[in-house]
Design a protein around this ligand. Structure first.
Ligand code: BES
Ligand code: MN
Ligand code: MN
Length: 460
């Protein structure tokens, strides 16, 4: 029996220690993308492994890869019980721009009931929810399921080394379901369970013009300028009605599931919240679609960075030799990243202006994910939310991506449910990332209920 009074008492009693431990974890700058932090990422993996052992998780091991380490562990109580694999990532995004942080990104502080630090919500704080839920379960020997853990240090760079690891260790990681806390609730008043993730195709394009930077007076007008050309190419990626112009891109886009129409209608009222959160006056995009539809159910294309020519103080009159952009497309079911990469390649070939040499690099990507609301995984998550929040959650898709989720499904033949406790306003990937203490503690309280319900719904 799950004694929910005992559970909430445990959380209240140990709250300060939980927060202090999380602060210690957040202090380690585990930035995966920047080689400068390599040792810090390793230190975070070691901290994590040692904490897992400390709270009673068994067979904890650190697996080095060519990139950053993978940490696994488990608690097998009875092979006859269902097994849940918890996935999380202990790597974080770079902290810059540094100046915009009100307190340093790796010196966590608590202000107004929120903990501020890079990784607070994405994903160290959410990962830690699972360890603290485990700690309680182990303290009272309440294990309705076997639990396995896999924590990686490369999510923010596209998980390059995790798919082969999953294949190689499929037996060790075998499970009935995957449980992930790396997404947001709609709000504390409107709890949600994430049923969909968008996929991603990420590109870097280079336009090369003259062999070297040229005097723009001597040559300007006659010699193709790669920066002008790239601006034109990028502008051409969207039509006036907001649709992406890449041929056949929408062919594989599926309409919403019938169960989603009510939620889509409900979400229209959140268009305004998006404006407030982002500080823009108007929303753009595809005509006729709400913000929720655009960010969760439709593909989108964004330039993530572009550079060319002179960027220093003052002016310099040149035609730059090259121009560069990073851009990415968020994908929705049933688009496939491999197919979309081909479509983008063709589009670029067709639209490269004369005199320009274009090179396309495919950086990383992942396929979109969707979980049925009728699955035992969703039903268990929804029941757990209802137990703790006192109301049924909304089944929502998120616009974000966690590319490894489709690999987990394929390789381990298990559905993943995204039971996240962040908020979209947590400023993940931005300055002043934070995580509500209430969100953290409520997460800890919800997770044991998930196991309880999953044991009931699974395999029936
Ligand atoms: N946790 C996020 C994904 C996310 C963000 C889910 C917001 C729900 C709401 C994850 O860590 C992330 O940032 N993923 C990247 C993809 C990766 C390949 C860099 C993303 O979505 O940009
Ligand atoms: Mn994340
Ligand atoms: Mn992230």
């Amino acid at each position: 029996m799950l004694n929910s009074v005992q559970l909430s008492n445990y959380i209240i009693t140990h709250k300060e220690r939980f927060l202090q431990e999380l602060i210690d974890f957040l202090r380690i700058p585990s930035v995966s993308t920047d080689p400068q932090y390599r040792e810090d990422v390793r230190e975070a993996a070691e901290w994590l492994a040692s904490h897992m052992k400390h709270i009673g998780i068994e067979n904890v091991s650190i697996h080095p890869t060519r990139g950053h380490p993978i940490v696994i562990g488990e608690k097998i109580v009875d092979p006859a019980l269902p097994t849940v694999l918890v996935y999380g990532h202990y790597d974080v995004q770079p902290p810059d721009p540094y100046d915009l942080w009100e307190s340093p990104p790796f010196q966590p502080v608590i202000r107004e009931e929120k903990i501020y630090a890079r990784g607070a919500a994405d994903d160290k704080g959410q990962l830690f929810i699972h360890l603290k839920a485990f700690e309680w379960m182990n303290s009272v020997r309440y294990f309705p399921c076997n639990i396995k853990f896999i924590f990686e240090g490369e999510e923010e760079i596209g998980s390059p080394h995790l798919p082969p690891f999953l294949t190689h260790h499929a037996e060790r990681l075998s499970c009935d379901a995957v449980l992930i806390s790396d997404t947001s609730l709609l709000s504390m008043e409107h709890p949600s369970v994430t049923i969909g993730l968008r996929g991603l195709s990420y590109f870097e394009v280079e336009f090369q013009g003259p062999t070297h930077d040229l005097h723009s007076g001597v040559y300007g007008g006659a010699v193709p300028n790669p920066a002008n050309a790239l601006a034109r190419f990028i502008a051409g990626l969207h039509a006036d009605n907001g649709r992406i112009t890449i041929e056949r891109l929408y062919d594989a886009v599926l309409p919403p599931e019938p169960e989603e129409f009510e939620v889509i209608e409900f979400m229209r009222r959140f268009d305004d919240r998006l404006k407030q959160e982002t500080g823009v006056r108007e929303l753009t995009g595809e005509k006729g679609y709400s913000a929720y539809e655009q960010t969760a159910l439709r593909p989108s294309l964004d330039v993530n960075g572009m550079w060319s020519g002179y960027q220093g103080e003052g002016s310099k009159t040149i035609i730059p030799a090259s121009a560069h952009a990073k851009f990415s497309i968020r994908l929705v079911p049933d688009q496939r990243t491999d197919e979309v990469n081909q479509l983008v390649k063709k589009h670029l070939e067709k639209h490269t202006p004369p005199g320009i040499k274009a090179t396309l690099k495919i950086l990383h990507g992942g396929d979109p994910y969707l979980l049925s609301v009728h699955s035992p995984e969703y039903r268990a998550a929804a029941a757990a939310i209802e137990d703790v929040f006192g109301k049924k959650p909304l089944p929502l898709r998120t616009g974000g991506s966690i590319p490894i989720v489709t690999h987990l499904r394929k390789t381990l033949d298990a559905q993943a449910v995204l039971l996240g406790f962040g908020l979209d306003s947590d400023a993940i990937h931005s300055p002043n990332e934070h995580f509500g203490i209430k969100n953290f503690l409520t997460g800890i309280e919800t997770i044991p209920h998930f196991y309880r319900h999953y044991a009931r719904f699974c395999c029936t």
